[in-house]
Design a protein. Sequence first.
Lengths: 344, 316
Amino acid sequence: MDAKIAKNKIDQWFERIRNGYKIFAPVRREGIVRYSQVERFDEIDSEALATTMSAKDVVYPQWRAIFRFTEADDTWQIESIDGEPEYRLLFGVRPCDAQALKVLDRNFIREDFTDARYEASRAKTAIVAIACSKPLTTCFCSAVGGSPVDTDMADIVLTDVGDSYYAVSKTADGEELIKMAGDIFVDAEDADRDEVAKRHQECQAEIGQRFDYQDLAKKLEGAFDDPYWRHASEKCLNCGYCTYTCPTCYCFNVTDEKHPDGTSERLASWDSCMFYGFTRMAGGHNPRNERYRRYRQRVLHKFKYFVDLHGFAACVGCGRCIQACPVEMDISKIVEGAAKSSEH
Amino acid sequence: MNDRNRQASDIAKELLENGQVGVVVGYCRGLSPASASAAFLRQPEETSTLIVDDTCSQNLTKYLLALEEKAAIFVKGCDSRTLVSLIQDNEVIRDNIIIIGIPCEGMLDADKIEAKLGVPLSEIKNMSRSGQDVVFEVGAKTIDIPFDELKMDRCQACRFPNPVISDRSVSDNVTPHDVVRLAGLDKVDSMSLADKRLFWQETLDKCIMCYACRNACPVCVCQDVCIMQGRVPHWSSERVDDREKLFYQMTRALHVAGRCTGCGECERACPMDIPLNLINQKMVEIMAELFDYEPGLDPQAPLPLSTYRPDDPEAK
């Protein structure tokens, strides 16, 4: 179904939602935009693109304790970390950010194993996306199978039409969220739909299509042994920020830590393929000891291996890594360069 | 083509053509007219892409740690002092490098530009200078902003605008300007210890322990065996909380003290805009106070924190 909501009525909608959901949205503070809990629409930076940190940490926190354990005589007493995740509404993600959840879901919810905590958290997260009106020059969602104006991974997709948002429900939950708001939403009219179509078309025309990820994946067949990577990744500092800001990166470390009070925890925390120790093994051997090997891995994982295994790219073209990189590594240009280089 | 660009290209081309170096590490135009990117040039014809201007804020000396070939490197005043620290540490061998100096009158701050324009650097169509102003074209608009409003804080406090060590130079030396203390230091200095702790706790709240600061820092030479990555012993927790952030930042500050010259690359690299250079610049002042030592000036000088001196003022 579709509908329309005036921007000055969003606070009323939030009030209805807040009884059931904690609302997380992009908040600008001292030049940094992160997803934080909000109460009112005016706290939100609804125009922000490629936010400093993605919404990833709302469903997949940077660190968490999996369980606690204590040594007692000759045994271990294990205490699971209980607590149901709360209902959350992610408001103001862009279509690329919503698409990113497809990659995270693919990793954490599988036939052979499901991360119960992630699955429970995900099931209780509603998503209200806002379509883009003007892409950044670093955006390339259309090249990796996405769209700047639509996504099936959201419950509702909003389009800015001036003093209102036009809303389309994409799921039963989305429809429910609109219905429960009663007359805060009004019917959409044909004039609104026409306006939306026009804005969408303009945005799509502007972003164009830099490349086709499936075509690229085929061209990357012989890329592993290509000497291209050494020079392409030479200025990379391997700092890891790209993987932290990335909405699709999901690799994590598992560490056991003992505390002075005698209790221990098993922690799961974000890891990064950019870090030296990512593939370091007990005994010291490290198959990716050199920087270019690690950078090559990041690119081929996102644009080749993941495509081969799962049929879509592990990159949504949000461009955060390009915006944030202290040395201006541009993954979209590098992967195109690699494909071109290994074609010959 | 600007004079300094031409000088840079000419010197680099000459060095590559006569085989004096295998690679030239310099700056080329970045992803935006308002930014520069590190360039690794190995063919003489590539040197025409070299630039020298006020977008060249990155400290390139870190890259010398990974290069095996003999290298030429472009350094501003601040970078040259980091280079001296690296030479003192034997991380860089003086004879293996050719230093091309860039006398500097200050660099543009990417964050300040983005704050004033309200768009990321990538969206700038064109940038030029007009007298004391920087002129930006964004979309259909043209915006003039005085250079002084966009200058990096560390440049306002710069005491060494001319490289302290070099073999060649892209221009004549510049006249050092009046020095102001790094913005923010006075305020933090005036805080009580309790307030300082609160200040850092709040300021570091944004820190996500991505280690961009560590990786960007030229004198963080431990690299792959950094204490933060150790597992046996496991000094730091994988938790990302107030305690771990303070532990990390304080440890790093102490580990680089004496070799850190306050180049500010850590702050430049920080994606969360944390004013890290406050810590480092304060350490530089403390080194002067306790050891009568200014980091990064004399390649022959022994490093104060790794040298035993019988006449150490602290020794009883």
